[in-house]
Ligand binder design. Sequence first.
Ligand SMILES: CSC[C@H]1O[C@@H](n2cnc3c(O)ncnc32)[C@H](O)[C@@H]1O
Ligand SMILES: [Zn+2]
Length: 436
Amino acid sequence: MLNNQAQKWIIKNGTFVVLNDEHSVVKGYMLVEDDLITYIGEEKPDCSDDIPVFDGTHLLFLPGLVNTHGHAAMSLLRGYGDDLALQVWLQEKMWPMEEKFTSENVYWGSSLSVLEMLKGGTTTFLDMYDHMDQVAKVVQESGMRAVLTRGVIGFCSEEMQQHKLNEAINFAKDWNGQAEGRITTMMSPHAPYTCHPAFFEKFVQAAHDLDLPMHTHMSETLSEVAQNVADYGLRPTQHLEKLGMFTRPSIIAHGVHLTDEEIEILATHDVGVSHNPGSNLKLASGIARVTDLLKAGVTVSLGTDSAASNNNLDMFEEMRLAALIHKGISGDPTAIPAAEALRMGTTYGAKSLFLDNVGRLAPGMKADFIALNTDQAHFLPHTDFISHSIYSASAKDVEHVWVDGKQVVKNGACLTIDEERIRREAQSAFEGLLNR
Ligand SMILES: CSC[C@H]1O[C@@H](n2cnc3c(O)ncnc32)[C@H](O)[C@@H]1O
Ligand SMILES: [Zn+2]
């Protein structure tokens, strides 16, 4: 058994997806020292023969997947409110239930999501929610990497708005850099349709004061865009530009309904877009203009959104959807090739979250990586591992996961958190919510 405390260890006989200019896949060795990858190559590196060795035969090593938009605690509402449009789903199903959420509910709901994500190969996630100290606790315990942000809906008194803003500021201050650097934070007004302009501007100011990036939901549905134009005379991208959001490093979730001019604004300000194809399809919100965004130079990453609108947190499914739906809608089979979908789920995700040393297998990068079992019917023959990762793989193929150089999933089982207890507590939390 490989010791989790080992400072330096090596993988032999592995197949590594590197996606660099010279090659896509390297067969051979990867050296890990503490939290970093220090070598990948065909030749055995110059290191002592005494270090622990992990045999990578039949394993495909990929960078850990990066989920750039979600609400982890909402896994407690998986299957509660299907087949509804966004506003009905929020107002009639999600918000009434979320009003009853305790911090304990958020803890178990987030644990359930973290368990699902880790076992499915996601090593970093962005989470926007309430009771964020509970989400941070789950991140600490699980060993996962996360970008956390207290999302704020401004449908309340001015006094309550200020209270929520203070909570968001204090959380962002207190937790940035915690969990041995695995947690970073952002400022997040929930959306332009739930935070009026003056309130939204307070988040921009706080992000400036704390030197933090910003995140929000934007242009998810046609009706929300029409409402924005009716209320403020501007489309959402122009509205948020006017409020100063894009003077901060920013990532918006969805961006389904954008004009050419809006795409240009996002590109000019280097605003990332978290594309959530599964959630957008399920809520019938539409299909984002991903190929146009990428062509314009926008960094497009992938998010699951919550398990209440998806209804799983399988990033392999999001990568596959991204590779398929943009071919279907454009009539162009070359749209979003497999390598690009994989970058969206890894490298571009890390870039969108401002994590400089995450998202690629290369020397100097964080040792966040996953290993898939390739000795299965749907992985054969071994023609093209990048193609198989996108068009054939799913979360169920993940055997091992490492974050920050530590193994957190081994032979499909999570080593850091108690799966059996989480399953039990999540079910009883949901039953409690129904009866409250
Ligand atoms: C207060 S932070 C989280 C807030 O966001 C809501 N939410 C979940 N999914 C979506 C979505 O797709 N668009 C907009 N808002 C969403 C969730 O119910 C929480 O109240
Ligand atoms: Zn969301």
